[in-house]
Design a protein around this ligand. Structure first.
Ligand code: DQA
Length: 141
């Protein structure tokens, strides 16, 4: 059976997971989490992309269209500011699940508004890195 292809796209500062505010984002690096995720979910082919740059995230979303079954997107700070990422998600066929490690509604008010949610099929926020795994499981259907 052909494996379902999923891409995880992470935005700015998520390359620092493990070092960055561990009280909020946890002590694990994304790379070590990813290895674990891949070994647990061998029925998926999981690709990972991270960028700190808005335009590169737009490019990655556009390129993922019709290549992957789904996109797990943590746009990080751009969640709250980027009309370009909102529009990129709205321009493609491939479904996008919005992921946040922290619960954005429990934090500063400027994080309560997501510009991208309206174009995503759903959002998982506040469940730590487990949120990526739950998003992945959605695409098993
Ligand atoms: C985040 C939440 C955002 O508000 C923040 O800017 C991030 C990470 C999260 O995963 O909880 O960088 O998307």
């Amino acid at each position: 059976m052909q494996k379902k292809k999923i891409i995880i796209i992470n935005g700015p500062n998520l390359n620092l997971l493990g070092k960055r505010e561990p009280g909020i984002y946890g002590a694990s690096s994304f790379e070590s989490f990813l290895e674990e995720l891949k070994s647990k979910h061998t029925d998926f082919e999981i690709t990972y992309y991270q960028s700190n740059t808005e335009g590169e995230l737009v490019d990655a979303i556009q390129k993922a269209d019709n290549v992957y079954t789904g996109i797990l997107l943590n746009a990080a700070a751009y969640t709250h500011t980027s009309v370009a990422i909102h529009d990129a998600i709205g321009s493609i066929q491939t479904p996008v699940i919005e992921i946040h490690i922290s619960n954005i509604y429990k934090r500063e008010e400027f994080r309560h508004k997501s510009i991208i949610s309206a174009n995503c099929i759903g959002m998982i926020s506040g469940l730590g890195l487990k949120g990526y795994e739950l998003g992945l499981e959605y695409f098993k259907k």
